[in-house]
Structures are given as C-alpha cells and as structure tokens.
Design a protein around this ligand. Structure first.
Ligand SMILES: [Zn+2]
Length: 282
C-alpha cells in the first residue's frame, strides 16, 4: 500500500492508498510502473505483457478483421459497379462473391481465435485482468456472431434460397447488428490495451475511429439494403442520390477501418517491442 503521494506517470492520478501491484484506477497502468518511473525515469511507459507476441497478434487481428471482412465482400460488387458505370461488361464474375462470404467468415473466426488466445488469463494475466472478462467475451461473441452470419449466408446461397434476387441484401442486412456490435465492443478493448502499452495515443485514435466507423458502417449498410425500397417509393432520381450517398459512406467506412487497422498495428508493435522512450532519459 502506498502511503505517500505518488502520481501516476501516465494520467497524474494520485496513487496514494493504492496497492503497489495493482493498476492505476484511472488509466490501468500498473502502480509499480509509476513507482519505478519516479525512481528511474527510463523505465516509465514500458509495456510488459507476459506473452507480448500473442498479445500483439490479438490486437492486430481484432483491429484488422473488420477491414478484411468488409473488403472481401465489397470488392466484387464495387468492381462490378465500376464496370457498369464505365459501360463495360463485367470483368469480375459474380460467382466469386458468395465464396467471399465464406472467406470473410473464416477470417473473422481466425481473428476471434487469435484474440481469445492472446487476451486469455493463461497467456497474458495482467492484460486479461485489466480488460476484465466482460469486455473480452463481448468482443469475441460479436466477432463470432458476425462470422456465423457470413457462414450461414454462404451455406444458404447453395440452396434454392440463394436464387432469390433479394438474397444478397438479406445477407447484408443480417450483418448490420453483429458488425456494429463488434466495432462497438472493439473500442473499449483497444482503449484498455492502449492504457497498458506505450502507445496510448494511437489507442485513443483507434478507439475514436472505431466509434465513428460504427456509425458510417451501419448507415452505409442500411442505405444499401433499403435502396430498392427507396427506388420504389420516390423514383430513380432520388434513388441515384441515395446510391451516391451509400457509395460515399462505403468509402468513408473503408478508410475508417483502414485507419483502425493501422492503429492496431502500431499498438501491436509497441506491445511486442517495448522500448524506453529516449526523451525520458534526458
Ligand atoms: Zn493513471
């Protein structure tokens, strides 16, 4: 128990009364890090997961998985759209779109498995304790549900159900909830892992972009799914406006997801290779 004033080196919280092997109640940095940083400024802001490799893989996987899932599914329709606008025949056969659901499903399942391993009590007890079971389980459940929806869509596409014209729209609509939940629950996990890593700033950016991209993703999917209804209700001109807006939202969403993946990569790297910040040695 600390019975003198010790400021947390990250957030300046007064750690008096805090147990030395516990985390700072404000930002999650272990109290021992602040104590040792005051003794030797060089060791401050070191991140020290027990198994840095698996922790880094977990962060990289969960930050990149949504981008991979969206790109895999979106590239086929996007290229067909470009072909249509250019007045060419289709250069991208539509038969590859449905297997893309299966590949995206596998990618999400792999990311969930990598995250489950890296954030587990057995591999990284301090990371797991700081995250709390709830945060990790919620994120893994959402990624698993998203993966399951895609797998189900692929299987259904092999049956007569898949011949229905509206089938791809149904497959898209079914993903709205699990994808939004995955992004929503990714945000606190990134913030938490960032609090333990050197790259708190990148983690905050990652968290913010996850929050923002959830909104653009839901808006974009919602607009695509309701496009036929919009066309029926208000005619082709307004449907074209809605289409342009949906396309714009799709671009913003992909950029947001790419930014999120890049932030995840930076956090992952700092978890794997903790180093002393040279500015702190002066
Ligand atoms: Zn703190």
């Amino acid at each position: 128990m600390l019975d003198v004033e010790v400021r947390c080196v990250r957030c300046r919280y007064d750690l008096r009364g805090c147990r030395i092997f516990r985390a700072c109640p404000e930002c999650g940095l272990p109290a021992i890090s602040s104590v040792s940083a005051h003794a030797d400024p060089g060791i401050s802001e070191l991140s020290h997961p027990s198994d840095p490799g698996s922790a880094a893989a977990a962060v990289a996987a969960i930050a990149a998985a949504p981008l991979v899932a969206v790109l895999l599914q979106g590239s086929g329709p996007a290229m067909r759209q470009v072909d249509a606008l250019a007045g060419r025949g289709s250069s991208f056969p539509s038969q590859v779109e449905r297997p893309a659901w299966l590949v995206a499903s596998v990618a999400l399942a792999v990311a969930a498995a990598v995250a489950a391993r890296g954030l587990s009590e057995a591999r990284n007890p301090e990371l797991a304790a700081s995250l709390g079971r709830g945060r990790t389980v919620r994120l893994l459940a959402a990624l698993g549900a998203w993966s399951a929806v895609l797998a189900a869509a692929f299987v259904a596409s092999l049956t007569p159900l898949g011949d229905a014209q509206s089938f791809p729209l149904v497959a898209l609509a079914a993903q709205v909830l699990p994808s939004a939940l995955a992004l929503t629950w990714l945000s606190p996990v990134l913030a938490r892992v960032g609090a333990l890593s050197r790259n708190y700033r990148e983690a905050r950016h990652g968290q913010q972009s996850a929050d923002l991209v959830t909104i653009t993703l839901v808006a974009c999917l919602g607009l695509w799914v309701t496009l036929p209804a919009i066309r029926g209700a208000v005619g082709d001109d307004w449907a074209l406006v809605a289409w342009a807006l949906a396309a714009f939202l799709a671009v913003i969403t992909v950029l947001g997801l790419a930014y999120l993946a890049a932030n995840g990569w930076v956090i992952a790297r700092s978890l794997r290779r903790p180093r002393i910040d040279p500015r702190r040695l002066r």
